[in-house]
Design a protein around this ligand. Sequence first.
Ligand code: HEM
Length: 357
Amino acid sequence: MATKLKLAALVVLAAFLAGPAASEAASICFNGWLRLPTYNPQLCRSSPTVRTRQRVPAPSGSGLTSGYYNTRCPSAEQIVTDAVKKAVDANPGIGAGLIRLFFHDCFVRGCDASVLLNTTNSKNSDTEREGPPNKDSLRGFEVIDEAKAAIEAACPSTVSCADIVAFAARDASYFLSDRRINIQMPGGRYDGRESFANETDQLPGPFSNLTALQESFGAKGLTSDEMVVLSGAHTIGRARCMFFSSRFPEMDPAFAAKLRAQCNGNDNTNVNQDDVTPDVLDKQYYQNVIDKKVLFTSDAVLNSTETITQVTENANVAGAWERKFESAMENMGKIGVKTMGDQQGAEIRKVCWRVNN
Ligand code: HEM
């Protein structure tokens, strides 16, 4: 009896020392990207960059202007549009990839194309592409490279990769929404020269709760409403089973049964995010939230009292979500931008996946 008591006390002490998450069934780590059976202090530390309740001002985007390339490189935006149109016609999923690429670029070091780098001058350091949210997941890089090569041939060293990413997200949104979403996307961003895999923990993950989502967006100067609006992008594209198979019991039973069959126990299988209109960027996502037909915890928590009014409005009022999505995407494109005035650490890259020498 005494030994049993001692053992129980030890277990409690170990859990206490390991931190609060250790006493839960699973630990949610790396800002909601990892669901680990046991607590890992290295991966589960709370990131100082994210864990802030401080109100950051809305991104100003100062230095960006509409029609920035009209005189500098008149064909630039059309080249991007043509490349995106061709790619989306062949595979709408690439359009989804391009929209996500923009989000993942802007949330880490600002919209500076740091997400595209696989080579920098910082030796022995993995770039953002290797971070848990991005590895084996991001797609659309070849569309950016194709547009960049054509633009470089027309106007060398003039158009940044960061602007190409932003224009590509705008155009993918336009084509995937049957031309209903028309984002005003200014230009003038410069490209960064650094990229670090560990900084991708600034992106909220699929296991994030509402507070973590609000904090991650708040840390970039975006509001909770903008977080709800931008989450609507989960009406297109795909996701791997590893991010939602623990949630089957919480989903609509028929939806869960279908997913269970598709996943068939394989973590890496991809399924459509929106079962109803999988390739259309529309407001269907919000009906899916209400119907419990969404994949992630981060989607399902939008059913909370704090956010349900907006979800219902987005689901029911024709055109409301589309207009809000346009301005939220424009706003996201202003996060942490580097512009012509930034003498250090910014450039117009010649090739999007490596820094200039
Ligand atoms: C609110 C927090 C968000 C979380 C937790 C989140 C998480 C995820 C996850 C886990 C995936 C699937 C990745 C995989 O299985 O490989 C995904 C896919 C996707 N996300 Fe998000 N995301 C969020 C917000 C956004 C935003 C703001 C956008 C864009 C405006 C976006 C656009 C997309 C798209 C389009 C896909 C599908 C990509 C493809 O098919 O290649 N997400 N997201």
